[in-house]
Design a protein around this ligand. Structure first.
Ligand code: FAD
Ligand code: SF4
Length: 520
């Protein structure tokens, strides 16, 4: 009879052989040379926590099934629960059945990417008197205790200062004196161009992967079990293994990184990916380690293959934003999930699930989201996010939508971006102002407005751009606060120049739009 009592739980976004829970198993297991008992659970409950895009479910399942094979090849004994074996009671319930069946005394777990999962596993272990050992996630470059210590010393949390410390700590893009290469920490100002008027030109394709047999089988199951879920799988070409992710990284650095910096914020009709990396899902599933990505990008700059602005702009996203966002999530949970600074209560318009709206910017961003499970940062922040804030949508509904529709969505990264960056729902905990913009910004950064029946410069009336109208209405409603903040004082000043009768028309138009959000 097996004497195994130690078990490592590997979650769907922890697909890495260096996972500390797996490593620990090797130490605790008897006999010591044995690879031990690992459990991976496909869960019907997890697939339905939010109304998940089919591609998000398929990506997790396919990557998990491929990693199961990797674990077996590495000599681990794996208990693998398929979707067909899963109950509707959720992951923790399913886990408890296996713990009891295998008389587990110790459960090893690397800190999950979702606060809820941690609580659920803790509760199950307590109930079953199982010792739970939770490990810091070695996938991240800033351990949570380090982030908490850093944050405790600050009056305000700003990514830029955190990023500089991370650059020094990992000696990234530093000269021999420890100063930033090129003399500047940040080349953001060079990273904000729109595409030329004639359009983006030819952009090299990202590296895509044809679905193999395992992925095809996942498609069949997802289509059968989650037929009414949003999105479809016809365009699914995401990396599902570490080797594929490494290939996608190499191709990105070679062909797309050189222009990434320059056009990071640009948008164009029917150009869903522009020069972006499309590496977030591979990073978040832990198929790639952030340090290897950063080092390869730095190497490309050293060889002269990419400019410093492009390399720095990209590294800032991973070493700066990604690590910072994760630190803030664990620092501020669970209150971040409930935050609603402006007390916004409106329901998500139905077209967030169909893209059937006359607003071309929203149609494009949501349309590609439903097709690919992907939109780039500025589309998420300044198109859908900006609209959600201006339209006074309930932050929790907005967060559920973002968690459901993007293939790279895991709560640790999705929630701070939605509640903190896009909606200012946490009252500016780590941003200096609400990120709001009128249609003029979208016109400047894209060609969307050219094909739209609304007019981005019009502030009131039937054909006025809803984003422009709601922008001015937001300023009107929060005029005092915007005037008092040096970062938004100019916006308030511009508002004060609008004559009273026009302000009245803006208010009237805005209220009409807000009552009619489903029909824009
Ligand atoms: P690129 O633009 O090429 O950037 C490179 C990498 O930098 C990304 O792969 C990502 O790992 C990292 N990165 C860039 N910005 C951020 C950021 N703000 N936070 C964390 N990492 C960042 N990212 C997710 O991974 N999952 C999410 O669920 C998610 N939800 C978001 C919701 C909103 C409202 C906003 C504004 C942003 C969200 N982001 C999320 C961040 C960012 O939009 C995506 O990481 C990026 O669009 C992924 O595409 P890419 O790999 O082509 O990224
Ligand atoms: Fe979007 Fe307004 Fe431009 Fe239409 S006019 S695409 S709604 S910003």
């Amino acid at each position: 009879m097996s004497s195994t009592t130690h078990m490592a739980l590997v979650l769907g976004d922890q697909l890495d052989l260096e996972n500390p829970a797996l490593q620990a198993l090797r130490v605790f297991e008897t006999p010591p040379s044995s690879a031990g008992l690992v459990i991976m659970l496909e869960s019907l409950g997890e697939a339905q926590v939010v109304w998940n895009h089919k591609a998000r479910i398929a990506l997790f399942l396919s990557a998990m099934r491929h990693f199961h094979l990797t674990l077996q090849q590495a000599g681990y004994a794996v208990l693998y629960q398929t979707l067909a074996q899963s109950t509707h009671h959720g992951l923790a319930h399913d886990l408890s059945q296996y713990i009891q069946a295998h008389k587990i005394s110790h459960l090893h777990l690397t800190c999950p990417g979702d606060y809820r999962i941690l609580l659920e596993v803790q509760a199950i272990c307590k109930q079953l008197a199982v010792t739970l050992i939770v490990y810091e996630d070695s996938h991240f470059l800033c351990a949570q205790p380090d982030f908490t210590r850093w944050a405790a010393k600050k009056n305000t949390l700003r990514m830029e200062f955190f990023y500089r410390e991370m650059r020094k700590r990992y000696r990234v893009l530093l000269d021999e004196k420890g100063q930033p290469e090129g003399g500047q920490w940040n080349y953001d100002a060079e990273n904000r161009q729109g595409f030329p008027k004639a359009g983006p030109g030819l952009i090299p394709e990202p590296q895509w992967f044809s679905p193999d047999m395992i992925t095809q089988k996942v498609f069949d199951e997802v289509n059968a079990r989650f037929a009414n879920h949003p999105g479809d799988l016809t365009a699914f070409r995401w990396p599902v293994t570490r080797n594929q992710a490494l290939e996608a990284l190499a191709i990105f650095i070679k062909h797309r990184l050189p222009q990434f910096g320059l056009y990071q914020d640009a948008m164009w009709t029917d150009i869903p990916f522009a020069w972006h990396a499309l590496l977030s899902s591979s990073l978040n599933l832990h198929l790639l380690h952030p340090l290897e990505v950063i080092q390869q990008v730095e190497q490309a700059w050293k060889k002269g293959d990419v400019s410093l602005a492009s390399a720095e702009g990209f590294i800032r996203q991973i070493l700066g934003w990604r690590e910072f966002i994760r630190g803030v999530y664990w620092l501020d949970m669970p209150k971040m999930a409930k935050a609603n600074y402006y007390n916004h209560q409106r329901a998500l318009p139905v077209w967030f699930w169909t893209a059937k709206t006359k607003m071309v910017c929203m149609q494009q961003t949501i349309g590609q989201t439903l097709r690919y499970g992907y939109a780039h940062h500025i589309q998420r922040l300044m198109v859908t996010g900006n609209f959600a804030l201006l339209a006074e949508l309930l932050p929790q509904q907005v967060a559920s939508w973002y968690l459901a529709v993007y293939v790279d969505a895991v709560e640790w990264v999705e929630l701070p971006n939605v509640a903190g960056m896009a909606l200012f729902a946490n009252g500016g905990r780590f941003t200096s102002k609400p990120y709001i913009a009128s249609g003029a910004y979208i016109k400047r950064m894209s060609n969307y407005c050219q094909g739209c029946s609304y007019n981005p410069t019009q502030r009131s009336g039937k054909t006025a751009c809803p984003i422009t109208v709601l922008y001015w209405y937001f300023l009107h409603r929060h005029e005092l606060a915007m005037a008092a903040n040096p970062r938004t004082a100019l916006m308030a000043k511009n508002l004060s120049r609008i004559p009273a009768d026009e302000r009245f028309s803006i208010m009237e138009t805005a209220q009409g739009l807000l009552e009619n959000l489903d029909h824009l």
